[in-house]
Design a protein around this ligand. Sequence first.
Ligand code: PMP
Length: 401
Amino acid sequence: MRKKLHEKISQFRDAEIIKEKGLYPYFRAIDSGQDTEVIIDGQRVLMFGSNSYLGLTSHPKIKEASKKAIDKYGTGCAGSRFLNGTLDIHVELENRLARFVGKDAALLFSTGFQVNLGVLSCITGRNDYLIIDEYDHASIIDGCRLSFSKLIKYAHNDMQDLQRKMSMLPEEAVKVIVVDGIFSMEGDIVKLPEIVEIADQFGASIFVDDAHSLGVIGENGSGTASHFGLTDRVDMITGTFSKSLASLGGFIAADQELIEYLKHRARSLMFSASMPPGMVASVLAALDIIETEPEHVEKLWSNTNYAMKLLLEEGFDLGPTESPIIPIYIRDNDKTFLVTKHLQHDGIFVNPVVSPAVPSDSSLLRFSLMATHTFEQIEEAVDKLVKAFKAAGVETIKERI
Ligand code: PMP
């Protein structure tokens, strides 16, 4: 008899359907570093789909720091932070990150995803409320699912909806508003000044996930709270090292008491091995660079502004982005895959974002900038985008009106 599980799994055909159409864009193997130019199947491809906003993953000082740490500590810690897996450089990095984002203390996790799973699942209890923006990252949603608390979603960046939903919650309940600092697909910035006011009115705490904000906004790239001058009014700041910080891992920064609680309650910290030494050392070296060489963040922004200008001149539908994440709306899943394929063929890498990641009438290309892009590379990408839209029969806004 065929096993039931096999029967169930064999019903999954989403990927196969796209493959049959010759449009499958995922798991493209890159045969080089994560730089502005990568090699795929022996072909030179311009990378406009990376989260390496500052372009530091091949920086010689960071690679050197990582190699030195491997020489000293080896390649892995073989245990969780809680038991045998804490190194002196983990503690050094925690102190450094707490200072960087302006909080008392910080705690490392092995990925940003694990931060959100571990923290959100344990900070509130059965009678409490986690309140999230509908476009918050999947790791926030999963962290909330692991929690026993009640989950309330409000419409994306809609402060009236947040206010309305908060006003319906019991006054005595613990409430935490959980938001992305920069939204990962849309590229817009959370309305933090309004959120701190609403949080104060209802006695709620605030958790900001700065995965896409570190190295991008705020003083020296220190994130969303710094960008708005509201560091003291945000309770928890989390981040990942897999984007601007050129490594892998994540952290939360908060007051000492909360960090102490998490050290003994966050299960994805306690029951998972700690960040390997090479990764820790590369984050320390990346922070050295970010804190002493402001030109990287400046170049990221001049690239972002230049790309935005060219894309708008060509009449692309960009939505309300305010960051190096530029969503180019196509609003049709198949056409989004088709444009991605034409671009890949023409040597440009972008990420298609389709339903269920976004509603199907909001499918888009996620075009993202790095500080290390040249203006010539941006011009080449925009020219090829225009060509790919034409080849796929997709109109820009300019052509529609
Ligand atoms: N939060 C947000 C907002 C993210 O975009 C991501 C990754 N895409 C994460 C958390 C998870 O980070 P990591 O890659 O370190 O697991």
